[in-house]
Design a protein around this ligand. Structure first.
Ligand code: ARG
Length: 579
């Protein structure tokens, strides 16, 4: 059977040819087949060059031998060798047409399901209580959501969990401040109002007033000891914050729900046992009054072993201990095979240490996989903090509301029925914010730039959404999308170019999923929208003349729209019918 991902199929064939011609066993994944930028060439592989270096032979010669052994006449024209030893592949027009004609019947557009489904605990968003979410948390939320959707689409089981910072030392001062402000009695959300301000006031008092600071410390002990009254007050802070998070998630259209919240406090009951178990494995040592573990291979600048603090001097537990307990919970209690964490890159060492301890303790085993999916920070267009139109540093909610407002200015002149305007503005505005974040390699910092993210031209959500609207409007005008089996005619290079994009969708989705790299999908969707626009400008669809050509072009437009719609949905972005 021919694989539904053309590049995978070509990779297999090339790997087989390498076996035939050179007697070498090659993992098909190593026979990387890339879409070619050369006119008239669809795909290229540099495998001959890599092998020639290993064999100490001339690359072109090796390429010729692979070409001669390649058994792919059903798929491609006889291959050509170019440059230093590239193998150029051109798909056969009749194969392309037949494949295109079958695609309307394929719900997944050729994207394969994984053969080895995993059970993945996905930690993302994870904001902190009593601090409003800011643009930094936006990245984890938007990236994590897209990564979760991609993994689920691939056939994995994804269990999201929101590791909210709802426990630990800051709560001592927050609760004392709540008491001082007389807010302990007020029930229901809204009475603290500005959570950021509240946190800052508490912090200021903690730093300036020794009496307040010692009250705060005593309060932490009461909290960790399960003191009833303290817990009630703590819960009040948590609930108020949760309300803010929910508001942001709803605006964003994120899949996280209150049921996915597994805050730091959730793992509190497991912490004492964690220390005991680590001790029983002889992995802990008391250092400066704290119980520590020193995973092998980690040293500080002076070459001293790095400590992971499991229990603090005063008996409290910190961030690392909680992460150890959390990981153990997901592995042992919830049967996760994979632990993924979508958290900013500055925490890379924290996770490396945590994973190392988990391995030494025997909790994280060879069949498991743990990975920190790091990302860079969000900067304003001036390279500093992000600001709203009014100036001032931004809360996430305000930022999202502003995005929708700005999008309404785009949508409005296009005279949509009033009922649709709000929904479209939301799809475009929220889509713009999400896409701007997803379209960049997550490891790099990115500039938050209103004008760029809402531009009608360029690699933006609205450009893709708009291309999709044009395709759909043609389909609406035609009445129905052509069914599978409708013959496809390739009469213009732009038809062929668009079709190639459609056929590369599975490879783009796989690459984005494998690397937790949504930007790879964005790049492909952008290329598809551009190819569609070129096709749309050059090839009349409804006015194609011959009915077979009209049907064939409609089918191509329908495929383009399906790629854009499915692709954007995997990124968590909506596709309105009209903009
Ligand atoms: N609340 C943390 C922060 O904002 C992020 C938590 C990430 N997840 C984890 N398991 N440590 O910095």
């Amino acid at each position: 059977m021919v694989h539904t991902d053309v590049s995978v199929e070509l990779g297999r064939r090339v790997a087989r040819a390498v076996g035939e011609a050179l007697g070498l066993e090659l993992d098909p994944e190593q026979a990387v087949i890339r879409p070619s930028r050369r006119a008239g060439v669809d795909y290229q592989t540099g495998v001959a060059m890599a092998l020639a270096a290993r064999l100490g032979r001339a690359a072109r010669e090796v390429a010729e031998e692979i070409a001669a052994a390649l058994d792919a006449a059903d798929l491609v024209e006889p291959p050509e060798v170019s440059g230093k030893g590239f193998l150029n592949l051109v798909l056969r027009a009749d194969w392309l047409a037949a494949r295109a004609s079958a695609l309307p019947g394929e719900e997944r557009l050729g994207v394969p399901l994984t053969e080895a489904p995993r059970r993945i605990a996905l930690d993302y968003s994870s904001p902190n209580v009593a601090k409003e979410m800011h643009v930094g948390h936006l990245r984890s939320t938007v990236l994590g959501d897209a990564i979760g959707r991609l993994l689920r689409f691939a056939g994995h089981q994804v269990i999201p969990h929101n590791h909210i910072g709802d426990w630990g030392t800051p709560f001592g001062m927050l609760i004392e401040h709540l008491v001082d402000e007389g807010l302990t009695e007020a029930a229901g959300a809204g009475s603290i109002g500005d959570l950021n301000g509240f946190y800052q006031e508490a912090r200021k008092k903690f730093d300036a007033e020794p009496e307040f600071a010692s009250r705060a410390r005593r309060r932490v002990v009461l909290l960790q000891g399960g003191h009833d009254q303290t817990l009630t007050w703590w819960r009040r802070l948590v609930e108020e914050s949760a309300g803010h998070f929910e508001q942001v998630y709803r605006l964003l259209g994120i899949e996280l729900t209150p049921a996915d919240v597994y805050g730091e406090s959730f793992y509190n009951p497991f912490l004492a046992d964690l220390v005991k178990e680590l001790g029983a494995r002889r992995l802990t040592r008391v250092s400066g009054g704290a119980v520590c573990t020193f995973p092998e291979g980690f040293t500080n600048r002076d070459g001293d072993p790095l400590a992971v603090i499991v229990r603090k001097r005063g008996g409290g537990y910190g961030y690392a201990a909680t992460d150890l307990a959390a990981a153990r919970y997901w592995l042992e209690e919830r049967g996760a095979t994979d632990l993924l964490y979508v958290v900013g890159s500055p925490q890379a060492q924290h996770f490396a240490l945590v994973f190392a301890v988990l391995r030494e303790a025997g909790w994280l085993m060879a069949e498991h996989h743990a990975e920190h999916i790091g990302f860079g920070s969000v900067l304003g267009s001036d390279g500093r903090a992000v600001r709203t139109r009014a100036g001032g540093s931004v809360k996430l909610v305000d930022l999202l509301v502003e995005a929708v407002d700005r999008a309404a200015e785009i949508a409005e002149p296009r005279a949509l029925p009033p009922g649709q305007q709000a929904a479209v503005a939301r799809a475009v505005g929220i889509g713009a914010v999400k896409y701007a974040d997803l379209a960049h390699d997550r490891r790099r910092d990115y500039l938050f730039d209103w004008d760029r993210m809402l531009a009608m031209d360029g690699n933006t959500a609205v450009y893709l959404q708009y291309a999709n609207c044009r395709a759909r409007s043609v389909l609406r005008a035609a009445g129905a999308a052509p069914a599978a089996g409708t013959p496809v005619l390739l009469t213009d290079p732009r038809e062929r170019a668009l079709l190639l994009r459609v056929l590369e969708f599975p490879a783009a989705v796989s690459a984005a999923t494998r690397g937790h790299a949504p930007h790879k999908l964005c790049t492909h969707l952008y290329a598809t929208a551009r190819s569609f626009s070129a096709f749309y400008a050059a090839c009349p669809i409804l006015a194609a003349g011959a009915p077979e050509l009209r049907a064939s072009r409609l089918l191509l437009a329908a495929l383009a729209s399906r790629v854009l719609t499915l692709g954007l949905s995997l990124l968590g972005i909506e596709t309105p019918e009209k903009i």
